[in-house]
Design a protein around this ligand. Sequence first.
Ligand code: COA
Length: 163
Amino acid sequence: MKQAVYPGSFDPITNGHIDIVKRASRLFDELYIGVIANPQKKALFSVDERISLIQDVFKNEPNVFVQGFEGLLIDFVCQKKITNIIRGLRAVSDFDYEFQMALTNRKLQPDINTVFFMTDAKYSYLSSSLVKELAYFNADVSDFVPGIVLDHLKQKMADINNA
Ligand code: COA
């Protein structure tokens, strides 16, 4: 059974992330999307909200699972007895950070590999922060996120603006 973990903040999940999940889930029998509760990043959506949105997006994909985690990625991956980490590369600018992370994780656990997928070129400039900023100023982000995320983003922004 080939298994992998695709970790990230996913605040919120975008079409760029979905593109990576679709590519990876064709190569692996089971793909676990690991949603980090990262105290260093101030999130718009809670971990539970992010998990629930991702579960909804992949409700028809039987080999895609979603789980939250805290602490070191390598501990989460080892605890699940999985030996592959998936990461997406959008542009050359992602490389340094990803290279450092992959080698650090390898130093911590030599048997665990990081497998990279290139994001579709049309999502190469996309990030969750960009989507949130555009949504905050009422710009149309329907090309960047699935419908369910769009609805929740609109609601979040309305709550913020009415607070
Ligand atoms: N399409 C669209 N956007 C993408 C993308 C893609 N394919 N791939 C990454 N992004 C964006 C994300 O939306 C995010 O944008 P944002 O910063 O505006 O939110 C940004 O790129 C990076 O996000 P992500 O891939 O989620 O990485 P991250 O930096 O938030 O988290 C972890 C990376 C969770 C893997 C890393 O922080 C980690 O492992 N943390 C645990 C602690 C640990 O083990 N530390 C040691 C690591 S060696």
